[in-house]
Design a binder for this molecule. Structure first.
Ligand code: HEM
Length: 300
């Protein structure tokens, strides 16, 4: 462990995880409120101004919702830069400093990438491909931030062997597939972020069912892993899988309810929050189970 979980530095690494997740949810808020083109240009908000202007044609609410999301990207950039500078300082004598430093610089580069992708999204009138890319990049940034935090504040790993070790990679790829297919469902559905935005043109019913089928497969796989962990007496892994199962079941229920009730905005936003939590829980499980790299080597 390089720093304590509750120290100021430890909290900054935790903040980065939180902000990376928050960006997914605020991006969703932009979409479901139809504010995707609230700032119709990029990098300026409206021609001649980087901030919304009074009497903007897109309406003040839409402009400020979209601008708020852009501001959060700035807060994230500053936090990621702070994390990078701190990483340079606290790993000076560490043998595995490169790993921490690379993870930290990737956070900064990822946020810059998000800003660029945001620009492409606006300039292509919210084409569903960059919109989906936005979320998928965020998912990777959440993973990176979680890994980085564990490297610095430590984690209690538990060795896994046998069948569960074999199932873990399938589990994480299946979770990623659920998320990626989810973005295709969104790109085929009604919540485009603006009326004039293009859609993928895929039957949204068919793609929603495919998305739900992958979720069912994931839930079955996770339930099997839970039983194996219980049988093996792997207490930490069992607890982590249990947490994942609860979150995924809640998220799956929201998914079905929103699908059957015509995708009300609030539920769509809750589904995005749920997706972030599902991914965060899945990635944490992978980190805890796949110890691979030991923290004490950092300081030795
Ligand atoms: C572990 C469970 C689940 C996860 C992790 C998950 C994840 C996601 C993700 C990441 C998106 C894309 C959000 C976006 O691009 O903004 C999405 C969209 C969607 N999901 Fe799920 N989902 C789950 C379960 C379900 C289930 C069981 C259904 C039932 C049919 C469902 C229905 C939908 C629908 C209809 C959308 C499109 C919402 C929109 O128009 O914005 N999801 N999901």
């Amino acid at each position: 462990m390089l720093v304590g979980k509750r120290s100021l530095v430890g909290r900054i690494f935790t903040l980065l995880v939180f902000l990376q997740g928050a960006l997914i949810v605020t991006g969703g808020a932009v979409r479901v409120t139809g504010s995707g083109l609230g700032c119709p240009t990029w990098p300026e908000c409206t021609p001649g101004s980087y901030t919304p202007v009074p009497n903007q044609a897109e309406g003040q609410l839409h402009a400020w919702i979209e601008f708020g999301n852009r501001l959060l990207t700035f807060v994230l950039l500053i936090t990621a830069l702070a994390v990078f500078i701190i990483s340079l300082r606290i790993t000076k004598t560490a043998t595995a400093k490169n790993r921490v430093r690379i993870l930290a610089i990737l956070q900064t580069l990822g946020i810059l990438g998000q800003g660029l992708l945001g620009g492409i999204t606006v300039l292509t009138d919210l084409h569903p491909l960059p919109v989906a890319g936005h979320l998928i990049l965020s998912i990777f940034l959440v993973s990176g931030a979680i890994s980085l935090r564990y490297e610095v504040v430590g984690l209690q790993p538990e060795k896994v062997a046998g069948l569960i070790r074999f199932l873990l990679p399938i589990y994480i790829w299946l979770t990623l597939s659920v998320v990626v297919i989810g973005t295709v469902v969104t790109g085929s559905g009604p919540h485009a972020g603006d009326e004039k935005a293009q859609r993928f043109g895929i039957d949204s019913r068919v793609i929603s069912w495919l998305h739900a089928d992958f979720v069912i497969a994931l839930l079955i796989l996770t339930a099997i892993m839970y039983l194996i962990a219980k049988q093996n007496g792997s207490k930490i892994i069992e607890k982590r899988i249990g947490i994942f199962l609860l979150i995924a079941l809640g998220q799956g229920s929201i998914g079905y309810i929103q699908y059957l009730t015509g995708l009300p905005e609030l539920l769509v936003a809750a589904h995005l929050l749920g997706a972030t939590l599902v991914w965060g829980a899945a990635w944490s499980l992978i980190k805890v189970a796949d110890s691979g790299y030991r923290l004490h080597r950092l300081t030795s």
